[in-house]
Design a protein around this ligand. Structure first.
Ligand code: PMP
Length: 415
């Protein structure tokens, strides 16, 4: 691994970074791969692949059950990732980190364990127009069971949350607010600290869906001031099936278990079972141990590259790509927030999103087309689908140029 991916002048050395990601060297349809689907999932550096491989070769055992050497090694490696996550997001305590299979499980945990027992008919949960289905559907399910309702904070045409409207909607009937830190479709970075100040003042817990923020921005639980934060490992250069929920310990302490089973109990009797303290209370069954070992390696890797450096470099890629795409006649970009990550959703007049993405694939460019699990946002813009190019720090300016050339080419084919 290259611990210092910058040259002597301090310039970000993207070629050294790319050498850490074996998959980036492959071809697709005989063309060099341009992987611009990073908001969907990211590629994995060799250190992550090797950490998973090494775990299975050398330390594989179950966690927390065995006193033998392998069991201790497996438990230590799994728990080390909880420590790394706590540090990565500047959480006040490692015991506030619940390891989950991803953001979806993390949000469902809050929906079923925090919201469901508390909601009453006519209570409300506030979400925004730009949420991923993972931050809509779990709330709808608990609303159906309790008679509570969803309330929607609107966004502007540029794809920015209208903060004054969000604050106006924080009425006494709102029992929880749930907001993406970064939109997976628009790249918009929401002003979480500002929203959290408003929710705190009213005693409303704020859940933040950090899936698209964790890979791109420094995130700090003490500075953000939210109450729950969900993230997913596979977008953070780690294995699939890993993620985490951070929650304030006062909230976790009062939450009943979501899943029951082994690992989450203090004592089981047929008359009555007592449960372990958080976070283990929420981690029933055998987790994705090797996956979390890989996630620990991914966090180390991202920290060795440096999140500030990642942010600066990705921003330059975003500016370059936005500028070049805007020069293409008939191309419309969705999401032009003042603060955004390197995600560009677009359409070309007269061309269907899936046709565009299919033809781009033949040019070696992997982009996503569709509704991006954000139907309400598509309805807001009045389109069924967009094409989304989402960049990462291993992408290059040269790839951006080749992507733009490929679009020019397929645009002519579709005209
Ligand atoms: N929220 C957002 C904003 C996302 O982009 C995603 C993944 N596309 C999710 C939630 C769900 O993450 P996962 O499927 O890893 O649980």
């Amino acid at each position: 691994m290259n611990a210092m991916p910058h040259d002597r002048t301090g310039r970000f050395d993207v070629e050294r970074v790319r050498a850490d990601f074996p998959l980036l060297a492959r071809k697709v349809h005989d063309k060099p791969l341009i992987y611009f689907d990073n908001a969907n999932t990211t590629q994995k550096p060799l250190v992550v692949i090797e950490a998973v491989d090494r775990f299975y070769r050398e330390s594989n055992a179950n966690v927390a059950r065995a006193v033998h050497q392998l069991g201790e090694e497996a438990t230590a490696a799994y728990e080390a990732t909880r420590d790394k996550l706590a540090r990565f997001i500047n959480a006040p305590s490692r015991n506030e980190i619940v390891l989950t299979s991803g953001t979806t499980q993390a949000i469902n945990l809050v929906a079923y364990s925090y919201a469901l027992p508390r909601l009453k008919p006519d209570d409300e949960i506030l979400v925004t127009t730009m949420e991923h289905h993972a931050n809509i559907v779990p709330w709808q399910l608990v609303c159906e069971r309790t008679g509570a309702k969803l309330k929607i904070a609107p966004i502007s045409e540029r794809g920015e949350l209208i903060v004054e409207r969000f604050i106006d909607l924080l009425t006494p009937s709102v029992k929880l607010a749930a907001v993406a830190h970064v939109s997976n479709v628009l790249g918009t970075i929401n002003p979480i600290a500002e929203l959290a100040r408003a929710t705190r003042r009213r005693g409303i817990p704020l859940l933040v869906d950090g899936s698209q923020a964790a890979p791109h921005l420094p995130i700090d639980m003490r500075a953000l001031g939210c109450d729950f934060y969900a993230l997913t490992g596979h977008k953070l250069y780690g294995p699939t099936g890993t993620g985490a929920l951070w929650a304030r310990k006062e909230l976790l302490r009062d939450m009943p278990p979501f899943f029951g089973g082994g690992e989450m109990i203090r004592e089981v009797r047929f008359e009555k079972t007592t449960f372990a303290d958080p976070p283990h209370r929420f981690e029933a069954g055998t987790p994705n141990i090797a996956g979390f070992v890989g996630l620990g390696a991914a966090i180390d890797y991202v920290e060795s590259v440096g999140r500030d450096r990642i942010g600066t470099y990705e921003h330059a890629l975003l500016d370059h790509a936005t500028h070049a795409l805007k020069a293409i006649p008939g191309l419309r970009i969705f999401g032009e927030a003042g603060h955004k990550t390197a995600v560009i959703s677009f359409l070309i007049e007269g061309a269907h999103a899936h046709d565009l993405a299919t033809l781009l694939d033949y040019e070696g460019v992997a982009v996503r087309s569709g509704h991006h699990c954000a139907h309400p946002l598509m309805q807001f813009y009045g389109v069924p689908a967009t094409v989304r190019a989402s960049l990462a720090f291993y992408n290059t300016h040269d790839e951006v140029d080749r992507f733009v050339e490929a679009i020019q080419k397929v645009r002519k084919l579709l005209a």
